[in-house]
Design a protein. Structure first.
Length: 153
C-alpha cells in the first residue's frame, strides 16, 4: 500500500468512496465539483493501481487543521488503511507547523487509538461548523470532536 497526494485521475474514486459512506449516513456527501476544488487537500491509499482509501487535511486556522472525508474501501476496513491515511495527514500538519489536528467523527475509538482526545465542540472555532450547513443532521449532530496536540517543532 502506498499513501500519496491525490491526482485529478483519483477524483471519481474519491467521490465513490466518500459517497458510499454518505449513503449510510456516516459522513457528508461531497460533489465532484467539491472534490475537484479541494483535491489538493486529499491523499489517497493506493494498492495495485487502485484507490483504496482517501483522507483530506484542511487547514482551519494558524494552529488548527481538520481531518475530513476519511473513507476506506469496505472490504479493507480494519486492515490499517485508515490508520496510515490519518498518520500521513498528521505528519503533513506537523510539517506545516500546525499545532493541533481535530476530527469530527462517528468512530471516536478509531481516533482515540491514535492518540486523539475527546474535546468539547464549543472549544473549536466557528469556522469549523461551515460544513454543518450542508448536513441533514444539523441540530441533531451525533458527531464527536476529537483533537490531537502535535509536538512543537
Amino acid at each position: 500500500m502506498k499513501i500519496r497526494d491525490a491526482k485529478i485521475s483519483d477524483a471519481k474514486s474519491i467521490n465513490a468512496l466518500i459517497n458510499s459512506y454518505a449513503e449510510l449516513g456516516k459522513m457528508l456527501f461531497r460533489s465532484m465539483a467539491d472534490i475537484y476544488e479541494n483535491l489538493q487537500t486529499f491523499q489517497v491509499a493506493e494498492e495495485n493501481g487502485r484507490v483504496t482509501g482517501c483522507c483530506a487535511l484542511q487547514v482551519v486556522w494558524s494552529d488548527l487543521a481538520e481531518i475530513k472525508s476519511l473513507a476506506v474501501a469496505k472490504e479493507l476496513t480494519n486492515k490499517g488503511v485508515g490508520k496510515a491515511l490519518v498518520q500521513s495527514a498528521v505528519k503533513r500538519a506537523g510539517d506545516m507547523g500546525i499545532a493541533k489536528v481535530f476530527a469530527l467523527t462517528l468512530e471516536p475509538v478509531f481516533f482515540e487509538k491514535m492518540g486523539f482526545k475527546k474535546t468539547d465542540t464549543e472549544l473549536l472555532p466557528m469556522k469549523v461548523w461551515s460544513d454543518c450547513a450542508r448536513c441533514s443532521k444539523q441540530a441533531n449532530c451525533d458527531e464527536i470532536a476529537l483533537i490531537l496536540e502535535l509536538p512543537s517543532q
